[in-house]
Structure formats: C-alpha cells, structure tokens
Write a protein that binds this ligand. Structure first.
Ligand code: C2E
Ligand code: MG
Ligand code: MG
Ligand code: MG
Length: 279
C-alpha cells in the first residue's frame, strides 16, 4: 500500500474521533485487566410466575466494579468485551459463578444467564456449560440460557449444533429481548426455544392499544407453541394486571424486584420456600 493511500485513510480520523478511539482502547485495556483482578460481580433479579405468585428463579446480571471508573453497567462494557473476544472468558466466569450460586438455592429455582453470540460461535461453549454444571452440581434443568436474535441470525453449523447440544443436556433456551430484532418469527421456526422474553420497550408502552395488541398476540403465540412467555421490565401493577389477564406466564421487573446481591436473593428464596412449606 502506497504512502498517499495511507495518508488518505488517516484523514478520516477527525480529532474528536481520535479521542473516542483512544477512550475505547483504554476501556478495552482496563477490561482485560479487570478479570484477573476479580472486578466483576453478578446481581440477581427475581422472576415471578404470574399465576401462582411465586418467585421461580432469577436472572444473573453482570456488573463491573472498576476502581477508576466506578460501577459500570453491562451496556457500557459488554460490547467492548465482545469486540476483543474477552466475553468468552468473562461469560465463562459468569456461567460458573451463576451455577454455583443457584446450586445453593432451594430446589427447583432456576437460574437464567445471558450469553453473547461470540460465546456460542467460539465453539467450546457446550463444553463450558457441561463443565459449569458438573463443577457446581446444578442440574441442567435448572439452568436457562438467554440468547438474542443475533445468535439465531448466524446459521452456521457451530451455532445450530451448539444449541441442540445444550437442549440435549436439558438446559433451557430463552429468546431475550423478543420483538426488537428483524425477524423474530423466523427464528422460532429455525430453532425451537423454551421461552420468549418480551422486550421491556413493549411493556413500557402497554397502555397504547397497538402495543397491547402486539403483546397479547405474542402471548397467544407462546401458548400455541407451548413456549413460556416472560414479560421484561414490569414496573406497575397496571402492567402486571394486563399481563395476567392476557395469560402471560412470567414477569420480571422493578415491580417484582430490582437486581440484588446473591446473599439477598438467597434470603428471599429461602423465606419463600419456608413459607410454602408451612403455608
Ligand atoms: P437483559 O438481559 O434484557 O436484562 C434486563 C435488563 O433490564 C437489566 O439491565 C435489568 O436491570 C433491566 N431491568 C429489569 N427490570 C427493569 C424494569 O422494570 N425497568 C427498567 N427500566 N429496567 C429493568 P442491566 O443489568 O443493565 O443489563 C443490560 C443488558 O446487559 C442485559 O439485558 C443483557 O443483554 C446484558 N447483560 C447483562 N449481564 C450479562 C452477562 O452476564 N452476559 C452478557 N453477554 N450480557 C449481559
Ligand atoms: Mg437477559
Ligand atoms: Mg432482555
Ligand atoms: Mg434487554
């Protein structure tokens, strides 16, 4: 490549963009160092079975407690971890940690773990899951893996094989953020899932007639297909009421519970279990 060409390419980087690129590189370097320093944590958000009123499990949500940056939410670091490939190791850590925590919960409480497309594409993911289950002693049926449509968009053998291996193990697969992608319905035909999680943007606008119609239709679709439907981002009694009337299976959101530390979640689950025994 000639010198002049190189100069032309360089011109695309405006001063502000240069700063953005440098900040991104710094973030990636910090992230890389954060894993051996054990700066990552998991919080757990409860999931409600609407009909019975019982908490039936929780979703593990990652946080980064950085000494220099403070508490960083996943939206600010997951994509960087995906770009550098660190997500494979980081996701593995989250999986093992979440399985260990769930193994200490009362029986039949499920743990949901978010999984990035890059983890599944990496090839070794099914083995990682087998290892995390064996290491923790958690039965496969109590683990639920949340994937997004970006995983399903990849029609490669690796992805389809990995997903069927996981289901073969007895692990449940949930389609997260349902409705925000391009062709959600197509994916339901390509690969069978156990659960659909309706994205919280739909729940937020549930007071709109068109949105309510869409949500009711997705719940009906789940019922027809024998798939559990979970509503994300439930914040008000009115939303929960509407979902109950529409026959929605599960709800998750600030109304039911905000993400909590492992110890707090354990306490909540144990007190519910003992109330059920005595009640
Ligand atoms: P998600 O899997 O859809 O998780 C739900 C997000 O909605 C969480 O944000 C949760 O705190 C938030 N949320 C729950 N209930 C409510 C509510 O009632 N109102 C509002 N406004 N928000 C609510 P969080 O923890 O910031 O996570 C954001 C996203 O980051 C997750 O979306 C997930 O895609 C990703 N993520 C989190 N942990 C992991 C992880 O361990 N691995 C991977 N690959 N991604 C993760
Ligand atoms: Mg999720
Ligand atoms: Mg979601
Ligand atoms: Mg989301």
């Amino acid at each position: 490549r000639g010198k002049s060409e190189g100069r032309n390419i360089y011109r695309f980087f405006e001063p502000g963009m240069d700063a953005m690129v440098r900040e991104r590189r710094a973030l990636e370097a910090d992230l890389e160092a954060a894993l051996p320093r054990r700066e990552f944590e998991l919080d757990f958000q409860p999931i409600l079975d609407i009909a019975s009123g019982d908490i039936v499990g929780a979703e593990a949500l990652m946080r980064w407690r950085s000494p220099s940056r403070g508490l960083v939410p996943p939206e600010d670091f997951i994509s960087a971890a995906e770009e550098t490939g660190l997500i494979v190791q980081l996701g593995d850590w989250a999986l093992r940690k979440a399985c260990s925590v769930a193994a200490g919960w009362p029986q039949d409480m499920r743990m949901a773990v978010n999984v990035s497309a890059a983890q599944i594409k990496s090839g070794g993911f099914a083995r990682s899951v087998v290892s995390a289950l064996a290491f923790s002693g958690l039965p496969a049926s109590r683990l639920e893996l949340e994937i997004t449509e970006t995983v399903m968009m990849d029609e490669s053998d690796t992805v389809l094989r990995t997903l069927s291996q996981l289901r073969g193990l007895g692990v449940r697969i949930a389609l997260d953020d349902f409705g925000t992608g391009y062709s959600s319905l197509g994916y339901l035909r390509r690969f069978p899932v156990d659960k659909i999680k309706i994205d919280r943007s739909f729940i937020r606008d549930l007071d709109r007639r068109d949105t309510a119609a869409i949500v009711r239709t997705v719940i009906g679709l789940g019922t027809e297909l024998g798939i559990t439907v979970t509503a994300e981002g439930v914040e008000t009694e009115a939303q929960l009421d509407m979902l109950r009337k529409a026959g929605c299976g599960e709800a998750q959101g600030f109304l039911i519970g905000v993400p909590a530390k492992a110890s707090e979640m354990s306490r909540l689950l144990r007190s519910q279990a003992s109330m059920r025994r005595s009640g």
